[in-house]
Design a protein around this ligand. Structure first.
Ligand SMILES: [Zn+2]
Length: 357
């Protein structure tokens, strides 16, 4: 064997061994591959950005498309919902885009993604039928639904058609169906309206708890712990979250701490960080890290939220940190993968039996 070949073989063996021993720092429970005009980065480029730091990612687009209304914006094409008064509308093709991106990968690469269905209108009684159709069209792909949005500052009022509502039975149908199939649900719902009266109970807390309670067999991740850009931690936010975590009726409910807007609150003061760390420490199985990045261009940008959380990571013990960053994701999504694949197989069997009759 020539010296060059020997060298190549040695390098290949070393990197092969390395490949099996990568210790990822985190999984990302909340990631948008595309933006509000359905543009984003190639999934292979994103894999490079995940690199050796991020193991797995819950992968979705954004179901809402910002209209480019010439009447409203003329030649200045809006790229974000805050840049235009024109409406947003549900863009179901996002699910096909995500599924095809996932299918373009090798088996090993696919193992690092949990694609999610988002292209449905949660105010439509037919929404659950869309989800079923996507699963049957792209079997072997999806692990969950979401992030989809009910109440969100600046966004809800811009969506064409009926406002999404926690009181709408269309949402119950979606959550029932997710439970039946085993799909993980990631739901964005602001816990409050943007400028609440100080003493008032958060506007949507009661409704949200009622919805969660009605679906005990569905695994639900409440995104951003219910906070937003100007939905500030209500006085007692941690206490309200704790009430949910401590109540056995909400055993199926989890929280993600994604979004720089949320990290901003958690690290705003040493007291805020201490309160968040204490809560997570007492319920270590119920929180998931996520970035909420939208089509990032490099790893620096992608891991911004992870870095923002440094003060929080520093206050968690090793086991808790490991759970929030890695293990809770693995447990929830491994479970979902197995259940959804079993449901898909059962559907196939059912249609095969029908054909044979
Ligand atoms: Zn969100």
């Amino acid at each position: 064997m020539s010296r060059t070949l020997l060298l190549i073989t040695a390098v290949a063996m070393a990197s092969g061994a390395l490949g099996q021993n990568i210790h990822y720092e985190m999984n990302d429970a909340h990631f948008h591959l595309t933006n509000y005009i359905q543009e984003g980065l190639n999934i292979r480029d994103f894999l490079k950005i995940m690199g050796t730091r991020v193991g797995r990612t819950a992968l979705f687009g954004i179901p809402l498309q910002q209209t480019w209304s010439f009447q409203t914006d003329g030649q200045s094409a809006p790229k974000y919902y805050l840049q235009s008064d024109a409406p947003l509308y549900y863009y179901s093709f996002t699910d096909a885009q995500i599924a095809m991106a996932y299918r373009s990968l090798t088996k090993e690469e696919q193992a690092r993604f949990d694609p999610m269905i988002t292209g449905f209108n949660p105010a439509d009684m037919y929404a659950a039928e869309h989800i079923r159709r996507v699963l049957l069209t792209f079997p072997g792909v999806f692990s969950g639904i979401g992030e989809f949005t009910i109440h969100k500052e600046f966004v809800s009022s811009k969506v064409a058609g009926d406002n999404a509502s926690l009181l709408n039975p269309a949402l119950d149908r979606v959550l029932d169906f997710a439970g039946e199939v085993g799909l993980v649900v990631i739901i964005h719902n602001d816990v409050d309206v943007p400028f609440p009266k100080d003493e008032a109970e958060p506007a949507y807390l009661g409704q949200m708890k009622a919805v969660l309670k009605r679906h005990p067999n569905t695994t639900i991740i409440w995104a951003h712990t219910g906070l937003g850009r100007i939905i500030r931690p209500i006085r007692q936010h941690a206490a309200k979250i704790e009430e949910i975590l401590a109540d056995p009726q909400f055993q199926h409910v989890y929280f993600d701490i994604s979004w720089d807007e949320v990290a901003k609150y958690f690290i705003s003061t040493p007291e805020a960080t201490a309160i968040a760390a204490d809560l997570i420490q007492r319920f270590p199985d119920r929180f998931l890290f996520g970035t909420d990045e939208v089509a990032p261009t490099d790893q620096e940008q992608y891991l911004k939220v992870f870095r923002m959380y440094e003060p929080l990571w520093a206050q968690l013990d090793v086991a808790t940190r490991e759970k929030v960053r890695l293990r809770n994701y693995e447990r929830l999504f491994d479970n979902a993968r197995a259940k959804v694949r079993a449901w898909e197989r059962a559907q196939n069997l059912r249609s095969a039996t029908k054909e044979n009759q």
